[in-house]
Design a protein around this ligand. Sequence first.
Ligand code: ADP
Ligand code: MG
Length: 344
Amino acid sequence: MIRFEHVTKRYPDGTTAVEDLSFEVAEGELVTLVGPSGCGKTTTMKMVNRLIEPTSGRILLGGEDIAGADPVELRRRIGYVIQQVGLFPHKTVLENTATVPQLIGTPRARARARAAELLELVGLDPAVYGGRYPQQLSGGQRQRVGVARALAADPPVLLMDEPFGAVDPVVRERLQNEFLTLQKTVRKTILLVTHDLEEAIRLGDRMAVYGSGTIEQFARPAAVLGSPATDYVASFVGADRGLKRLAVTPVGTADLEAVTGPAGSAAEPAEHAAASAPAPGGHPPAGAEPTVALGASLREALAALLQGDSGRIGVTDPDSGALVGVLTPQGVHRALRRAQLQEA
Ligand code: ADP
Ligand code: MG
């Protein structure tokens, strides 16, 4: 969907911001660009909507070289969310959200109805917030309006530059989670810039780790953490990268132990164990023990494990809610090893 071919950008003062970038973002994929300040992330992003022109190389959007596209028309296909949000202070939240559709000729009533839907989608009740002005919102709420506004023209591509950078860590994590849920519905092709490694790991289907003006590694977060391509990447992701892997490794059936029945009896098939109440003296997780669903991250599972005393948690089928096995600390270790081997 977005393809960089040997793209270099040198500013007039001689600064080489990025050099010989080549990568591709698939349709519906969310790629995070992460790296220290000044490494060329924003420059990369602004070349996609032609706020900045490359010095050499080319960028294709849906197979078309954007150098030949009309910049105004191009930007209609590309939503843009920036940290400072850039809402119009003298316009209401609803008017701000409806700006782009109105600009491209959507009738006012329809643009406003669509804006209300989008506010709903990002968790802002239009009846409550639609009539407010940006300064009457919290930072997190403004950020949501920024996302709603970028989605309003229904562009296939979104560029997001430090979209959650301006809010405090607790709100940021909530916005990130909401955004991931939203992305499951809207399936946009997204380039998201961040200097926050955890954010890049949590949000990215794949991530581009920038050194100075070049991409040192472009891979799925688990692969970056599991096998850093260079010493630079290894030091960027840190010595505790094993811990960070917990967030990107899902709990799978192979990591589980069977739910054991009452003492003395052999392990039952999981379906039986789920259906029958745990008997005293046996080892099935007691009713009060925490559970996580298959596919939850090891990080969530470990957090749940640490809440209880039993050193094990139940793992359930995400659809039926039935217990399918138990996860122990050994299981967590196995899962990490398995994921590491898969990446290798
Ligand atoms: P990032 O977003 O990763 O912090 P940028 O893409 O903004 O990095 O900047 C990359 C490099 O290009 C930096 O060294 C920055 O100082 C330089 N740079 C950015 N914009 C300009 C400009 N308009 N003129 C000259 N140098 C610039
Ligand atoms: Mg930047």
